[in-house]
Design a protein around this ligand. Structure first.
Ligand code: CTP
Ligand code: MG
Length: 441
């Protein structure tokens, strides 16, 4: 029925289930941390339940962090929060007004998830996907869910964020002595949210309802022989399990001055790049390609490819934001296969490079510098064409033009120049800021 292509429809088709029914026994008692206590709780300490998912973190509860990320995601239709019987009223009072469904969980995480899945089937059986998330992982990078939704396909039951293991891995014997070192290369630590085809994971939970021993939903899907894809996880997705995890999570929420970052979700990696290109007019007649359109022109352009300066400048702006070389690096002018090439292919490639990094282009701003052709009448068509190539909304694409007042090569009508700026948001990877190791002497 489905193709194996990734599913990125852009419409709301995913339910989020946040499991928050645990007792947090390993985390212990709540921190004495009035500085971090949510504003609303300052004078009502007693009303805040003691479990870790209700601890204060950067001005709101641990649970509220994940709820806010899901609430602001365009693909999320509904949020179901699963909590324990004795916290139902508290969670309803905090999140019930935000269109979140608050329900009672079970004795194990697996039972809590199953309760969430049954509610999902009741309230919204048309949702194709479900993202199952631990409330105990508050700092969900906003880009991650989009990356997983773009990755899931009909060859897999689901997608999970996974991190390579940094420590040496071993097993120990009954005396706690190391008996074996395990090759860590293929090992991954799995995190949440884990994204599944809703019907598939619901049926699996039904099938395994009498064996409530699985620590997460990937385990259950794997036991039934399904394949689960992985995407790169994030260190900030660390689970609040032990008291020391709380200190780490607070550190992720703060900058060097100890104040909260504006997003509150950790550190999205926002990039800016600029690009510039020039092509010379040829002695042959036009038309020319400009911003993806064929445009009437007395003279054609001299170029190896189709000579679209505008798209070339945009490509370089995107490559610049990614620190990923430039257009000549990816499409060498010496390579005959790019002779007369359609530059929209270059721009599609640049867009795909962003997507492959789990990122998103936020906006593109293009300036074309020429005496002719006149850009004003073509502006909106150019924006629409760039939107079509990059799959971006029109409101994120600007096309501007200027002459150079008859000065210089553009002023003399010898060629056309274009410059562009791209902003790109990438998932956070805090280790990108670690110093580059130098080779040992
Ligand atoms: N969880 C749940 N229902 C349970 C047990 C756990 O919804 N019966 C949730 C927790 O609230 C948490 C997530 O599953 O968000 C991951 O579980 P874990 O980190 O083990 O949390 P707790 O079970 O609360 O902690 P502990 O095991 O230390 O008691
Ligand atoms: Mg537990």
């Amino acid at each position: 029925m489905m193709t194996s292509a990734a599913h990125d429809t852009g419409t709301a088709d995913c339910i989020a289930i946040i499991v928050a029914a645990g007792s947090g026994s390993r985390a212990g008692s709540p921190p004495d941390d009035n500085a971090n206590r949510p504003e609303s709780d300052h004078n009502q300490e007693k009303q805040c339940p003691p479990e870790k998912q209700f601890w204060p973190l950067a001005g709101k509860s641990v649970l509220a962090h994940s709820v806010d990320v899901f609430l602001s995601h365009s693909r999320i239709k509904t949020i179901i929060i699963v909590t324990s019987a004795h916290n139902l009223d508290h969670v309803k009072s905090q999140f019930g007004a935000n269109d979140c469904h608050v329900i009672q969980g079970g004795a194990t995480r697996q039972q809590s998830v199953y309760a969430g899945l049954k509610t999902a089937a009741d309230i919204d059986p048309t949702a194709r996907f479900v993202a199952i998330h631990d409330a105990a992982r508050p700092l969900l990078p906003p880009c991650l869910l989009g990356t997983m939704l773009a990755t899931i396909n009909d060859a897999v039951a689901g997608v999970a964020p996974a991190l390579p293991i940094a420590d040496t891995l071993s097993s120990v014997d009954a005396q706690q002595n190391i008996d074996r070192i395990i090759d860590r290369t293929p090992m991954r630590a799995l995190q949440t949210p884990q994204l599944f085809w809703r019907e598939v994971i619901t049926n699996l939970h039904q099938q395994y309802a009498d064996d409530p021993t699985f620590t997460d939903d990937c385990g259950l899907a794997l036991a039934a022989g399904h394949t689960i894809a992985t995407v790169e996880g994030s260190h900030q997705l660390r689970k609040l399990t032990h008291p020391q995890d709380y200190a780490m999570l607070k550190a992720y929420c703060s900058n060097a001055n100890g104040t909260l970052l504006t997003t509150g979700y950790g550190m999205p990696d926002i990039r800016i790049g600029n690009g510039f290109d020039v092509h010379k007019f040829a002695d042959t007649p036009g038309p020319i390609m400009l911003a993806g359109l064929s445009v009437d022109s007395a003279r054609g352009m001299l170029a190896h490819s189709d000579g679209d300066v505008a798209l070339h400048a945009i490509c370089d702006a995107i490559f610049g934001a990614l620190a990923d070389g430039d257009i000549g690096h990816h499409f060498p002018p010496t390579d005959p296969q790019w002779h007369a090439a359609d530059s929209s292919l270059f721009l599609k490639f640049a867009t795909e490079r962003v997507r492959a990094r789990g990122g998103q282009i936020m906006n593109l701003d293009l300036t074309i510098i020429c005496e002719t052709p006149k850009i004003g009448p073509l502006r909106d068509k150019m924006r629409a064409r760039i939107a079509e190539i990059t799959n971006l909304p029109l409101g994120r694409i600007a096309v501007k033009a200027t002459t150079s007042e008859k000065l210089g090569f553009t002023g003399r009508g010898e060629g056309i120049a274009a410059q562009a700026t791209a902003s790109v948001i990438l998932p956070d990877h805090e280790d990108q800021f670690l110093p580059v190791p130098t080779a040992p002497e």
